[in-house]
Write a protein that binds this ligand. Structure first.
Ligand SMILES: NC(=O)c1ccc[n+]([C@@H]2O[C@H](COP(=O)([O-])OP(=O)(O)OC[C@H]3O[C@@H](n4cnc5c(N)ncnc54)[C@H](OP(=O)(O)O)[C@@H]3O)[C@@H](O)[C@H]2O)c1
Length: 238
């Protein structure tokens, strides 16, 4: 049995790798990243991918099939808020077609295609989890501030895609729990440009956020499938 972390090279990806390895001593931990990461221990299998395209993901899953590897859990941290050419919009006039497409691709399309590819290697006999890190700002009901159009909308789309898949997968994977989890504002490259407005006590270390994410994962059950969770274990509205 194995557990996988997709997007293992980011701030939360690295912290989750360490946390999962400590929490599940019996499991092989497979990390997937576009980056060449050092292998810190024998139990961690590192896989480097060119990207998270459907082709790349299917090749990965084919390898799992040929090794006879079944997964009891997968955490995907894949997501982006900004890069050299993209910054969250403050107003409608800041919107660009290219940035909207890019964020929908990374935040919604790649994660759901990952679930499509990996569903065939998810264990059906035991309780298993599929977790994608999402964001509270993707909650439509909770949107009081506006702004950040592409990030908010792409995370809202992600939540809908996961919820829809969770309904379908109840039929084939009765013990699977599909969850979107908001990690809280965490000190990583993703939040760096926005940290000056966050009080110190509300900016969490990746290690603390990873611990909280695992606590949520350990508490949720197959009957909870398809929900969006806050890091404190409460359910967030869509
Ligand atoms: N940090 C926060 O305050 C915060 C708050 C709310 C939600 N989140 C969510 O938590 C998740 C992890 O974020 P993080 O803080 O750890 O950020 P991060 O350090 O930037 O890591 C993001 C991960 O996403 C992948 N990624 C980034 N850009 C990509 C692109 N253009 N194409 C494909 N993959 C890409 C990377 O995977 P590789 O390993 O392949 O490079 C990376 O590991 C994200 O989904 C984010 O939306 C974070």
């Amino acid at each position: 049995m194995a557990m996988v972390i997709l997007g293992a090279g980011g701030g939360l990806g690295k912290a989750l790798t360490n946390a999962l390895t400590a929490e599940y001593p019996e499991e092989t931990i497979v990390t997937v990243s576009r980056q060449a990461l050092e292998a810190p221990g024998e139990r961690i299998q590192r896989i480097q991918v060119k990207d998270y395209s459907e082709d790349a993901l299917n090749t990965l899953v084919d390898d799992f099939h040929s090794q006879g590897l079944k997964l009891t859990g997968l955490i995907s941290t894949i997501g982006m808020l900004h890069d050299d050419d993209t910054f969250p919009e403050k107003k409608l006039g800041d919107l660009s077609e290219a940035n909207l497409r890019k964020l929908f691709d990374v935040n919604a399309i790649q994660p759901i295609l990952a679930l499509k590819s990996f569903r065939s290697v998810l264990d059906r006999k035991h309780t298993a989890f599929w977790v994608q890190l999402s964001a509270k700002v993707g909650s439509i009901e909770d949107n009081y501030l506006g702004g950040w159009y592409a990030y908010r909308a792409s995370k809202a789309a992600l939540n809908m895609l996961l919820k829809t898949a969770s309904i379908e997968l109840k039929r084939t994977h009765k013990r699977l729990v599909v969850a979107a989890i908001h990690p809280g504002t965490t000190d990583t490259a993703l939040s760096k440009p926005f940290q000056s407005r966050i009080p110190d006590e509300k900016l969490y270390t990746p290690e603390l956020s990873a611990k909280r994410i695992l606590k949520v994962i350990n508490e949720i059950q197959p009957e909870d499938t398809g929900k969006l969770w806050h890091w404190d274990g409460t359910e967030l509205p869509y």
